[in-house]
Design a protein around this ligand. Structure first.
Ligand code: SAH
Length: 339
C-alpha cells in the first residue's frame, strides 16, 4: 500500500480497536525490519539560555526562569556516567546560542567526551540553528547526529507559533536541516502534535515532509502548555491532552509504517501526559529512549512545558535495551551507501 495523505490522515483518525490494531502492526513492523532493540541516549540539558522567543517554549528568551549553563566538568561527569552505564550515546541539548564562546565550548566538550570514552560514546547535538560552518566544526570535533525539529512543516502554522521576525524564519529552519545533511550528520527532526489550529491533515503532511526530507531520526511528541507562554495564554479551542497523547502514539505508528528503518524516539513529553507514555510509544514503533542525565539541581530550570517528568523507570523494557551500542539508524547507512 502506498501511504499518501488520505491513508495517513485515516490512520491518525483511528480510534478504539482500530487504533490499537494500528499501533500493534507498527510495533510488529519495527520488530521485523530493525528488531526490537531499544537504544539509550543520555540527555544532557546543557543550558536554558536561548536567543529565540518561540511562543510555546518554557525556555524562550523572555521566560522568567533563572538562567543556567552547566560547567564543562558537569557535562563531562554526565558523559562519564553514560559511559560507565553503557549508554552508547549522549545528547547535548540546549537553547540556541550563536556566541563564539558557546561554539568553542561545545566543540571542546565534544572532543573531550570522545576522549574520555575512547571514542565509545556516540554524540548527538540539539542546539538549534547555527551556521553551516558551526555545524561543520562540531561534526569535525566528533558529533555525528543532530536533532532539529521543524516543529510543524506547515509554514502558516509555523508562523502562528513563532514571533513574526527574521530570527524565527521557517525558510531558515529548512535551510539549517539541509546544511546538517550536507555536513554528513545523521539528521533528526520532528514536530509538536496537537498544536492549536493543527488538524490530522497537517500532521499527515508532517509525516510526508519527513519522508521527503529523507531524515534518519525523529523525535516528536504532544504539545503541552507551558505556563505563561503566549501560546498557553492565548484563547481559542484546544485539543484535550488525552487526544494529543493518542495522536502522538498514532504519529509514531504511522511514521514507522512510512519509514520502517529510521530511529524514532519515545519522547519525554508523552510521559508528561501519561506515566506509561514512553512504553506505549515503544510498542507502537519507537526504538530510542533518552533518559535525562542533567544534574537534579538544574532540571527545574529546563521546564520546556508543564509537568515535565524528572525521571524514568526503565525496568519493564530492560530486556530489550541494547547497552553499549550506538544504535545508528539503518536508514542512514543505506542513505550514505555503505551497506
Ligand atoms: N533549542 C533547540 C532545542 C531545545 S528545545 C532547538 O531549537 O532545536 C527542544 C524541543 O522541545 C523543541 O524542538 C520543541 O519541539 C520542544 N518543546 C518546546 N516547548 C514545548 C511545549 N510547550 N510542548 C511540547 N514540546 C515543546
Amino acid at each position: 500500500m502506498t501511504l499518501g495523505i488520505d491513508e495517513l490522515a485515516g490512520m491518525l483518525s483511528a480510534e478504539g480497536d482500530e487504533m490499537e490494531a494500528l499501533l500493534e502492526s507498527a510495533g510488529k513492523l519495527k520488530k521485523e525490519t530493525i528488531g526490537d532493540g531499544i537504544y539509550l541516549r543520555g540527555l544532557i540539558e546543557y543550558s536554558n539560555i536561548c536567543r529565540k522567543d518561540c511562543l510555546y517554549c518554557g525556555i524562550r528568551r523572555s521566560a522568567a526562569v533563572g538562567c543556567y549553563t552547566l560547567s564543562e566538568e558537569e557535562v563531562l561527569e554526565c558523559a562519564r556516567f553514560a559511559h560507565r552505564n553503557n549508554y552508547g550515546s549522549v545528547v547535548i541539548q540546549g537553547g540556541e546560542n550563536q556566541s563564539r564562546e558557546h561554539i568553542e565550548t561545545i566543540a571542546r566538550l565534544v572532543r573531550q567526551i570522545k576522549e574520555l570514552s575512547c571514542g565509545g560514546l556516540g554524540i548527538t547535538l540539539s542546539l538549534g540553528e547555527q551556521t553551516e560552518e558551526t555545524y561543520r566544526r562540531w561534526f569535525e570535533a566528533g558529533a555525528h547526529r543532530y536533532l532539529l525539529r521543524i516543529e510543524t512543516s506547515d509554514e502558516r502554522l509555523y508562523r502562528s507559533i513563532h514571533p513574526d521576525d527574521s530570527l524565527h524564519s521557517y525558510a531558515l529552519r529548512l535551510e539549517a536541516l539541509e546544511a546538517l545533511k550536507r555536513c554528513g550528520y545523521q539528521v533528526g527532526t520532528g514536530v509538536m502534535i496537537g498544536l492549536p489550529g493543527q488538524g490530522v491533515e497537517d500532521l499527515a503532511r508532517d509525516l510526508l515532509f519527513m519522508r521527503d526530507m529523507d531524515i534518519d531520526m525523529c523525535g516528536m511528541g504532544p504539545y503541552v502548555e507551558s505556563q505563561q507562554t503566549p501560546l498557553a495564554c492565548a484563547s481559542g479551542p484546544r485539543l484535550p491532552l488525552e487526544k494529543r497523547y493518542g495522536l502522538s502514539l498514532k504519529m509514531v505508528a504511522a511514521l514507522r509504517m512510512l519509514m520502517p528503518d529510521i530511529n524514532i524516539a519515545a519522547t519525554t513529553a508523552l510521559q508528561a501526559i501519561f506515566p506509561q507514555g514512553r512504553l506505549r510509544a515503544i510498542g507502537a514503533g519507537a526504538n530510542v529512549i533518552m533518559p535525562n542525565l542533567t544534574p537534579a539541581t538544574y532540571r527545574e530550570s529546563y521546564f520546556l512545558y508543564d509537568n515535565k517528568p524528572l525521571s524514568f523507570d526503565s525496568k519493564i523494557i530492560e530486556n530489550n535495551i541494547r547497552y553499549g551500542e550506538w544504535g545508528d539508524p539503518v536508514h542512514f547507512s543505506k542513505r550514505s551507501g555503505d551497506c
